[in-house]
Design a protein around this ligand. Sequence first.
Ligand SMILES: C[S@@+](CC[C@H](N)C(=O)[O-])C[C@H]1O[C@@H](n2cnc3c(N)ncnc32)[C@H](O)[C@@H]1O
Length: 377
Amino acid sequence: MKIDDNGKFKYSRSNAIGLWAAVGPYYAMFPLEFAFDIVKEYSKPGQLVLDPFAGRGSSIYAAATQNRIGLGIEINSLGWIYSQTKLQPASLWNVEKRLISLIEKSKANVQALMELPEFFSMCYSETVLNFLITARNELNWKKSKVDRTLMGLLLIHLHGKLGEGLSNQMRQTKAMGPKYSIDWWQKMNYITPPEIPIEDFLLDRIRRRYSKGKPKVTEESIVKLGDCTQLLPKIAKLVDNNKKKPCSLLFTSPPYQGVTNYHDDQWLRLWMLGGDPKPGYRVEKYKDKFSSKEVYHGLLDSVFKYVSRIMSEDGTVYVRTSAREFTFDTTIEILDKYFPTWNKEIKEKPFPQKTQTHLFGDSEKKPGEKDIILTQK
Ligand SMILES: C[S@@+](CC[C@H](N)C(=O)[O-])C[C@H]1O[C@@H](n2cnc3c(N)ncnc32)[C@H](O)[C@@H]1O
């Protein structure tokens, strides 16, 4: 990241902070420059920045690299892995060593191939698939920093354009359903998956990520894996006991009601993390498209209730949400309920002309986003 003449952040891959900020492909992400600018404008060094819907962790990373303390929560394992990979990457030496040992193991262990739907043999060559299954079985990404970093970096390249990822031709941002993919590969004549030289391919990508070193972050910054409706009450309880309200900036973007299923969209990467080999198999609370308005309302109510108990009186609440009626009205109603005396500013932010979905042929007009900013000043 660099600062331009107007004092705003400009994304740049010429330093470690910028290179690691881009980890990794997710959906409905904050633009990086926006995340850095908001942290800079609404908080000071040493202060606490909270994001209970952290996604791939851009808000928390922007805080951690600007000397703030970032505390995030994310329910999706993929978003969590990306967040922790960029906040606490293991050493390059250890990540390379682990990668090479996994490749060796996968070569020696050809019978690792498991019973998988047809999609997998059309998406990956046998060698690649054998390696992926070995990595899926072996990497202890929840507990080991080295394994998590390797998994986080591997997941970035799990699918993408032909030759740019480990897969047959696919989008990088989200995985299409198995049937759709198979029909499309057949129609477009992508019958044979590419034979990717795994070691050279991944070592090259990983070394590029480390080419400017590791980002300098505040040590205490962290994203927790879990459901914020379960974790926030625990944080609020600690705070009530101390009678100190530590959070200076709540900077978040909750999911939008009925729009995106973060789990189905990432079903292939979530399979690598031990999930099912197809989308939509099991639906757990808060891991769907938030089709139920009642559940959605309950989620926001619970989150902002506990957030209000830990917000510093001179802090800022910055919420980016959808301009869609139900999502927006619910957010406003609940913010008014828990922050009744705070001043409210609303900034309209129409969608840019070319969104990712536009580029892939979805030209339906989107309702845009709005930023709600609350302060006591
Ligand atoms: C709009 S996205 C946030 C994206 C984020 N601002 C970024 O830049 O990556 C909303 C996120 O909330 C997460 N989420 C939904 N329900 C949750 C819950 N109960 N606890 C924690 N995270 C949750 C989703 O998995 C998704 O990653």
